[in-house]
Design a protein around this ligand. Structure first.
Ligand code: GLC
Length: 696
């Protein structure tokens, strides 16, 4: 059951929820509330040890209890335990325990979730804005509460099938020949590849919808050439528009009055990569329409994948911040720079970036109302990526495109995916990558993943290999790195053979992953789940923070510790461990419910198949274009009988609901102990592999 509560008068409709139930007039259950200096505070006691799940993109645990998270989209690349805000604002959580409920705080502004941090026995939710909405969701299980919430916020974005292939990216590819080289080196090393990301280097002077004439002058040919090999380009688009006469987006935006305004009504100025920029007012439908149709420049080249960046929006500096900094420089220049002055200088320089004073100094025009940015801050990236998605739908109807964004808010999940931002080549970021998956899935973000190998910092063979072993399951599998660190393409490493085999395993898993992904999107389910969601009565499972369920049939327990040749795993039921060093080299190990140490050398990846479940596997190929999901192997851990609903489609049109996309695969054990197969679709060729121990 979902109930909606109105607090004050919301300043704008976030469009997080499209179909709103009528508001309830009774007081909100579970919570008491008070107006405080920081905003409206909703307070609720927490049962001892009861976990709290959700909040999407954030640091720390799957169980979010014990920290104070502040949802005000930011771009801090230090994803450490004390980071309160990341790039997304995903205000949905579920309180578990004897009483279980979900809460969604629908607000475009800053919302703080103090989950047993200030007071270990309390949840305090503080909305800085007086006007906001709260949805209270009750159900009989964690899964049911999430499903209800997901139905409320609408169907999650489904990208084209090729977007599930391996993506190679790097900030710093200098020219189109370097891109060609990445493709050919990957091919020479026998590593599957579906797309190559183009970072800001491809643009002319960091202007959106341009290509550097000298280095990327042949972008259209490049796209065509690679397209013929089944490899797509995925260029970046940034939020800021360079202030430069002749820059079409700048000229048109100024003329039409489409940029956000400063106090005086002039186009607001803030700096990003090109230096001083204006920022489209993406909250306005006509601005989204205008900006979105500029993607035509790239779609005309056959490009159908895009990433949207710096859309928190990140402001490196404003004229105000710069002037203030220069004043401080002058003030301390001729001093001895003692500790206080030195600190002041450093802090002032640091505070130029993403400063709240600046976010309070520009305005949107929403339905003719002038609205100061900081009150609707969390909607900016959402509406930037929505601009792309809406216009691409218009330009390429019934055709799926890849769009993923850095900043987001609930609502964007209907239009695009997100990546987890500028992480580091740290072992603990493998774990963070995994932990964020279920929380993001709860909030509707299914198409997500992290920069594999880590964005900042130098990666090593073993780190990249272990990361690939996790990323083999994440819908977005993109290796991306910063221009300041060592290169990270797998073919450059000594152990590239292992990396190739891990990426091939990803392709082998694709028929299962794609099937599970689309079904979860259509049904409002989570593809990645904490163990507690599947085994709520199992106290041990509820505390597990480094294993998750993936789809209907699998549990993963990635290795995220350097020099480890295995790890401890908790099995909440009997399962078969599948240990692979390539798609062909497999071992099936039956394991009983309980604690185990499972060994997995660096070249071995392990995952676990649940009892009476099966997964669909394919034959890896150079890329998804060359894969045939009509020939599959079904890996079964089935004692008596079981059925699986296998989803597949052409991968690019939007006819998702067509019943022809589902094949029911049933296996049953006959009197001789052999598995027999029944399928609803004879066009899918199925080979059954029996991994059930008792019967082999
Ligand atoms: C931001 C993005 C990163 C990108 C860089 C340069 O830091 O998060 O992915 O490589 O900008 O465009």
């Amino acid at each position: 059951m979902i109930r909606r509560y109105l607090f004050g008068e919301p300043i704008v409709d976030t469009e997080g929820v499209l179909d709103k139930p009528n508001p309830c007039m009774e007081p909100i259950p579970y919570f008491s509330w008070k107006k405080k200096e920081e905003g409206i505070c909703l307070r609720c006691p927490l049962e001892k040890n009861a976990p709290v799940y959700g909040l999407g993109q954030n640091v720390r645990g799957i169980n979010k209890r014990g920290f104070r998270y502040v949802h005000f989209t930011g771009s801090n690349a230090q994803h450490v335990d004390t980071l309160a805000s990341m790039y997304g604002s995903h205000n949905f959580l579920v309180v578990s325990g004897k009483t279980m409920f979900g809460v969604f705080v629908d607000s475009p502004g800053r919302v703080t979730f103090d989950i047993g941090f200030t007071d270990p026995d309390e949840l305090n939710i503080i909305s800085e804005l007086d006007g906001f909405e709260v949805y209270l969701i009750e159900g009989n299980s964690l899964k049911e509460i999430v499903r209800e919430f997901r139905q409320l916020i609408g169907q999650s974005y489904i990208p084209p099938k090729w977007a599930f292939g391996y993506q190679q990216c790097r900030w710093g590819y200098q020219n189109s020949d370097e891109i060609r080289k990445v493709a050919s080196e990957m091919q020479a090393a026998g590593i599957p590849l579906d797309s190559i990301g183009l970072d800001i280097d491809y643009m002319d002077g960091y202007k959106n919808f341009t290509a550097d004439p000298e280095n990327y002058g042949d972008l259209a040919e490049l796209s065509k050439e690679l397209g013929e090999q089944g490899i797509r380009l995925v260029p970046i688009i940034d939020a800021g528009t360079k202030i430069e006469k002749g820059n079409v987006v700048y000229d048109e935006g100024v003329e039409k009055g489409y940029f956000v305004k400063d106090e005086e009504g002039n186009d607001f100025v803030g700096a990003v990569w090109p230096g001083r920029c204006h920022f489209p007012d993406f909250l306005r439908p006509e601005v989204r329409d205008w900006f979105g149709h500029h993607y035509k420049y790239l779609t005309d080249m056959g490009i159908e994948g895009f990433w949207n960046d710096m859309n928190e929006p990140t402001l490196f500096f404003t004229n105000r911040g710069l002037k203030h900094t220069m004043d401080v420089v002058d003030e301390v220049r001729d001093t001895q720079l003692d500790i206080k002055r030195r600190r002041k200088l450093i802090d002032t320089v640091g505070a130029m970036r993403n400063n709240l004073i600046d976010y309070k100094s520009f305005y949107h025009n929403v339905d003719g109302k002038k609205i100061v940015h900081d009150k609707v801050h969390n909607l900016y990236g959402y509406n930037m990526a929505r601009a792309a998605s809406e216009a691409l739908d218009d330009m390429l109807p019934n055709h799926r495109t890849l769009v993923f964004s850095r900043s987001s808010c609930i609502g964007l999940h209907r239009y695009a995916g997100i990546w987890q931002g500028d992480n580091q080549s740290w072992w603990q970021h493998i774990l963070l990558n995994m932990k964020m998956m279920p929380s993001l899935n709860m909030c509707g973000f299914l198409f997500t993943g992290a920069d594999v190998g880590g964005f900042h910092g130098n990666t090593s063979d073993d780190l990249l290999i272990r990361w690939l072993q996790l990323a083999a399951f994440t819908p977005l599998m993109r290796n991306h790195s910063a221009n300041s660190c060592n290169r990270q393409e797998p073919y450059l490493f000594k152990q590239k053979g292992i990396m190739r085999d891990m990426i091939k395993i990803r392709y082998m898993l694709l028929p299962y992953l794609y099937s599970e992904f689309v079904k979860c999107a259509l049904n409002g389910d989570m593809m990645f789940r904490p163990l507690a969601f599947d085994y709520p009565g199992d106290k041990m499972a509820v505390e597990v923070e480094d294993q998750v369920m993936v789809g209907d049939a699998l549990m993963i327990a990635p290795i995220y510790t350097q020099n480890a040749n295995g790890r401890y795993v908790y099995l909440p039921e009997d399962m078969v461990a599948i240990r692979l060093s390539s798609p062909e080299e497999r071992e099936y190990i039956s394991m009983e419910k309980g604690h185990h140490y499972i060994s997995a050398e660096l070249n071995q990846m392990v995952f676990f198949l649940r009892k009476d479940k099966m997964i669909t596997l394919g034959e890896p190929a150079a890329n998804t274009e060359h894969m045939n999901f009509q020939n599959i192997e079904v890996l079964c851990n089935v004692e008596t009988e079981s059925c699986y609903s296998f989803y597949d489609d052409d991968g690019f049109t939007k006819d998702y609901e067509n019943p022809e996309h589902y094949t029911t695969i049933c296996v049953a054990r006959d009197a001789n102990g052999e598995l027999s197969l029944k399928t609803s679709n004879l066009e899918v060729n199925i080979k059954v592999t029996d991994v059930t121990s008792k019967n082999k």
